[in-house]
Design a protein around this ligand. Structure first.
Ligand code: ASP
Length: 343
């Protein structure tokens, strides 16, 4: 008989962890020791649930790569002791954290489910309870002795997403995330229905953690009226190694001489320029229009249907592992964790 699932909850902070003071009405981070008091339903699971809490807990707007390294380290040191991991995290940067962890946790065969909420868990109409309870159930789900979802995911408002395909798109609705270019991995209704064909299979190799991240990158978001001073200051940042160029539509950018020269020169200086669309759906196809073709000719790397969140963290991960120049561009285009469709 299989043992009861063992789940580790890592509580980093965010709205989910606030409780309303019954007297003053002020929101305070809740004491994690009393988690089960806030959600007594959890006791009904026949799982062994342990928790680790950040001290202090953080608003995820303060998320930093060093904290991703810390989370990855916590998972690494306890990987053998648990069947699944749930990370409670603020929603603001959750898509970045999920993307970063997807690259840092190599050969993952266990679920790592990030969740949070739009309303604190102590509030009557909170979305946090359902998010948390179902995230635990998904982290514990096994079939034929294997985890059902051996991926880094975000669970929010009845949907399970591949983490590195998501972005936060709504600050008000309970449905705060979207994965426009990849199907949802599961829907939670009366039953949790897994979309098995969309879920990655474990590769069967030894689990490894890559903790080195190189943050010498910038995002250059273009807009009509952007001036040369802005573009040139970004591209001449000391130590800059890679740029995510947020282009229009299917990967198009202005064809005025100064802009093309700035980009061409940056590539010549060895900066890896990656093209990600400002559109959340669809893909960069650099040879579709003249306004995209010149980028291809200049040596800009097309990012296909990757999100900005995935592109930024993938570059940090690849550069942290010593990739640069041509190899960096090649690996950037390759699907490593299901973050980009095969070209
Ligand atoms: N500012 C909060 C955070 O990201 C919002 C949330 O938790 O949803 O930590």
């Amino acid at each position: 008989m299989e043992k009861n699932p063992r789940i580790l909850v890592i509580y980093t902070g965010g709205t989910i962890g606030m409780v309303e003071d019954s007297v003053s009405g002020v929101l305070n981070p809740f004491d994690f020791e009393h988690l089960t008091d806030q959600i007594p339903e959890i006791k009904k699971f026949n799982y062994l649930i342990d928790s680790i809490s950040f001290d202090p807990v953080i608003d995820s707007s303060n998320m930093q790569p060093e904290i991703w390294t810390k989370i990855a380290g916590l998972i690494e040191s306890r990987y053998e002791s648990y069947d699944g991991f749930v990370i409670l995290h603020g929603s603001d940067t959750m898509a970045y954290t999920a993307s970063a962890l997807s690259f840092m946790l190599d050969n993952l065969s266990k679920p790592v489910i990030l969740t949070g909420s739009q309303l604190p868990i102590g509030m009557i109409r909170t979305d946090g309870k359902e998010n948390f309870i179902t995230a635990i159930e998904i982290a514990a789900a096994r079939k034929n002795g294997h985890a059902v979802v051996p991926e880094v995911c975000i669970y929010f408002e009845y949907q399970l997403y591949r983490g590195n395909r998501t972005h936060k798109f709504n600050a008000e609705h309970f449905e705060a995330f979207r994965s426009v270019n990849y199907p949802v991995l599961a829907h939670a209704g009366v039953h949790i229905k897994y979309n098995e064909t969309a879920i990655q299979k474990p590769v069967g190799k030894e689990f490894r953690v890559f903790a080195n991240l190189d943050t010498n990158i910038a995002i250059l978001k273009i807009f009509p009226g952007i001036n040369q001073g802005v573009v040139s200051s970004i591209l001449s940042i000391e130590g800059l190694k890679a740029v995510v160029l947020e282009s229009y539509g299917s990967g198009n950018a202005p064809t005025c001489e100064w802009f093309m020269e700035e980009v061409r020169n940056a590539v010549k200086r060895g900066i890896t320029v990656c093209n990600i669309s400002q559109c959340r759906g669809g893909a960069v196809i650099q040879n579709q229009y003249e306004t995209g073709r010149w980028l291809e000719e200049a040596g800009v790397i097309g990012g296909n249907d990757m999100t900005t969140e995935a592109a930024v963290t993938k570059l940090m991960y690849l550069m942290g592992n010593g990739y640069s120049g041509k190899k960096l561009g090649e690996y950037f285009q390759k699907p490593l964790r299901g973050e980009v469709s095969q070209m």
